[in-house]
Design a protein around this ligand. Structure first.
Ligand code: AR6
Length: 175
């Protein structure tokens, strides 16, 4: 099981082997974390995403799956793009959110990443309640066999940080 750490901050400033992007199926960018990663990482990431669309994902990257590109100007080697589910009151999509974390770690293993930063996938534009997302994210990482040594959850605001810290009581405030 990887060591789980928590940081409050901006994922585009993390020096890690891989940064996970909360993308959408188009892989062509958007707002939130996705916008920040493309803005700070530069056009190289988008070029690789376009190439992936043309080769492997003509219909888009399905929800719950993950794929890597290089990281452009970010202080990381890889960006692992995954597509979180939109939260639904009527349908339990937890397995798809768990799958994002499992698949991102599988891709991290494929590229040999040992340190991986995750945002709180689906908790912004996709409206997943952050306490529930934190439970699924932390639980899935704890249950996944991987060579990744550190999973760093990078939380943008205090509420998200508190939700993740509540899942890791043994770490005090998670630092
Ligand atoms: N670093 C870390 N966390 C951030 C940052 C940042 N720079 N910016 C925002 N967050 P979201 P989603 C937090 O909306 O819900 C995009 O348009 C934010 O506060 O980025 O999975 C994509 O293209 C929130 O807690 O991702 C998709 O269309 C969390 O990151 C769609 O949004 C996730 O918010 C995906 O929605």
């Amino acid at each position: 099981m990887p060591r789980i750490t928590l940081v409050r901050g901006d994922i585009t400033q993390q020096s890690v082997d891989a940064v996970v992007n909360a993308a959408n199926s188009s892989l062509l960018g958007g707002g939130g974390v996705d916008g920040a990663i493309h803005r700070r990482g530069g056009p190289e990431i988008l070029e690789e995403c376009r190439a992936l669309r043309a080769s492997r994902y003509g219909r888009g990257l399905p929800t719950g799956q993950a794929v890597a590109t290089t990281a452009g100007r970010l202080p990381a080697r890889w960006v692992i793009h995954t597509v979180g589910p939109v939260h639904s009151a009527g349908e339990d999509r937890s397995e798809l959110l768990a799958s994002c974390h499992r698949e991102a770690l599988r891709v991290a293993d494929e590229v040999g990443a040992r340190t991986v930063a995750f945002p709180a996938i689906s908790t912004g534009v996709y409206r997943w309640p952050v306490e529930d997302a934190a439970r699924i994210a932390v639980g899935t990482v704890q249950d996944t066999q991987t060579g990744v040594e550190e999973v760093r959850f990078v939380l943008f605001d205090e509420a998200a940080y508190a939700a993740f810290a509540a899942q890791l009581p043994e770490q005090g405030q998670g630092e």
